[in-house]
Design a protein around this ligand. Structure first.
Ligand code: BYC
Length: 481
């Protein structure tokens, strides 16, 4: 069951050959996917790339590494092993056997969740399409492409569910996933952050740190789903996702490290003359990517999320470890809120709501704690360099476009600001045109083995180590066309 069948046109571990109709439907979607990959996927022409391909869903040895032409990458369908006795862990169906089929009453909601999840995957590939042209090293270039092919596979994961379980509507939605495009005027991607640009590698690392991390948390809640095929596909996606976050975490580590080196060596905060990115600019990029990623959790209170939970479609992060009744019908929860709205002087505080409607806040808090881990790590790099400067996460109300704080503007410290004040000050907190132009000006490709751009440090252990799958940093990860 767990080993992938690579003899098939579409590699899979779901016995696709036993369902000819489904197989044909997916095989007819496949050329559309490949056309989309050609026109919207990585723009840089390459001969081959040192990529990992999933071959097994077990704990060990689940991936194979080798140089492959990207257009021949074997995108497949892999679900984690089925637990025959799995029971629903929360909501009104708690304790009942997990569903192998979609219950009619939840069809629309489940389909919507799967479409939203599916929509983000190709969106991120589109956002990152042009980054190959400015990669700081072959190692980074390979990591970019690894992330891209796996986001492509995550799209396959959702398309499989749509085709296998949602009939004609599912097939139509699967087609739409290739028609909407990131940033398009007419048919944009569904969620805000996936229509933003990723025009430079600092943005890419911030995206893989903050936005991919939303993916980790959302997939973590869908892994709890009563709909077993969704749960199993998310479980396996999470395994691949870990590398994407590694790319973000260590990418920002290395930018901060390089900046710190330049600051110490030249005894200055003004590192532009030395070709590095200032800490002030890193902080602004962090503020942006963190705040748009907070929006991805939806409103602080939401009846959607209450319904998803009660129905058993979407659980909480680490549902199994929570010490309560896993139904939450009688519980209350404190959510972040804008208070005293009527008084004309709103303030940021907390308010008690039914626990079920506060579940987006619950998940966002788990996410925020995790994000803080990265900031602590980067601050350790600054401390180790002997610098007093520190990075920090901005306040939860800063730059929000979704939820309780969408109607106001707030500073990174959480002070509510009037529109004029915000307009005057926002350039101190969010990347300005000048910051973006500067960061982009540093983005020149370095395609020579073992070499790296001046604005970023090589990974630890380079050049003889520090690479992927035990290879050195100076390995020939990518052969350009
Ligand atoms: N932008 O009740 P509300 C990933 C909509 S990332 C635009 O407060 P709800 C990845 C919302 O749809 C993970 N619209 O929120 C990362 C609703 O619309 P309707 C992706 C937004 O429904 C990197 C209305 O506003 N997966 O995997 O409780 C690279 C009221 O919303 C936004 C998922 O998100 C927004 N930011 O929660 C690659 C999991 N936020 O219904 C991949 C599936 C809200 O009134 N999705 N809206 O028309 C969900 O669980 C939920 O839909 C959300 C929203 C968490 C997104």
């Amino acid at each position: 069951m767990s080993t992938a069948d690579y003899g098939e046109k579409i590699p899979n571990n779901v016995a696709l050959h036993e369902d000819r109709r489904l197989q044909r439907a997916l095989e007819s979607w496949q050329p559309d996917f490949l056309n989309w990959w050609e026109s919207m996927g990585p723009a840089l022409p390459t001969e081959d790339v040192y990529l990992r391909t999933a071959v097994n869903v077990g704990r060990e040895g689940w991936a194979h590494f080798g140089h492959v032409p990207m257009k021949d990458y074997r995108w497949g369908i892999f679900l984690a092993e089925r637990d025959q006795d799995r029971r629903i862990g929360f909501g009104e169906h708690k304790g009942e056997p997990a569903w192998q089929q979609v219950p009619g009453e939840y069809r629309a909601e489940l389909q919507r969740l799967i479409v939203i999840q599916g929509d983000t995957e190709p969106a991120s590939v589109e956002q990152q399409r042009n980054l190959g042209a400015t990669a700081p090293s072959l190692y980074d270039l390979r990591n970019l492409f690894q992330v891209n092919v796996e986001e492509g596979r995550h799209l396959w994961a959702m398309v499989y569910l749509l085709h296998a379980h949602f009939g004609r509507e599912g097939r139509e939605e699967a087609a739409e996933l290739l028609h909407r495009n990131s940033g398009s005027e007419d048919a944009p991607r569904i969620l805000g952050a996936f229509n933003e640009e990723t025009p430079d590698w600092l943005s890419f690392f911030m995206f893989t740190y903050f936005t991919d991390r939303d993916g980790k948390y959302q997939l973590g809640t869908l892994k709890e789903s009563a709909f077993d095929p969704l749960s199993r596909t998310c479980e396996f996606m999470l395994k691949e996702e870990a590398h994407h976050m590694f790319v973000g975490t260590t990418g920002i580590d290395r930018v901060v490290e390089r900046t710190a080196q330049v600051m110490v060596a030249n005894d200055t905060d003004e590192v532009a003359a030395h070709g590095a990115i200032s800490l002030a600019q890193i902080q602004k990029y962090l503020n942006f990517h963190y705040s748009v990623s907070l929006d991805l959790f939806g409103g602080e209170t939401s009846t959607n999320v209450a319904n998803y939970y009660t129905a058993g479609l979407k659980g909480r992060w680490m549902e199994g470890r929570r010490k309560d009744d896993h139904k939450l019908t009688d519980d209350a929860f404190l959510v972040d809120a804008l208070l005293d709205l009527q008084s004309g002087e709103p303030r940021i505080g907390q308010t008690e709501v039914a626990a079920l409607t506060g579940l987006n806040t619950d998940l966002r808090r788990e996410y925020i704690d995790d994000c803080q881990g990265g900031v602590n790590r980067w601050n350790k790099i600054l401390a180790a360099a002997g610098l007093p400067h520190r990075l920090k996460l901005p306040h939860i109300a800063f730059n929000r476009k979704v939820g309780a704080f969408a109607a106001i503007e707030a500073s990174p410290d959480g002070d509510i600001l009037g529109k004029d004040e915000w307009e005057r000050q926002q350039g101190k907190w969010l990347p300005t045109g000048t910051d973006k132009t500067y960061v982009r000006s540093l983005m020149r490709p370095v395609y020579e083995r073992g070499k790296i751009a001046a604005w970023i440090a090589p990974p630890r252990g380079a050049p003889s180590g520090g690479g992927i799958n035990g290879k050195p940093f100076d390995y020939d990860y990518v052969h350009l066309a």
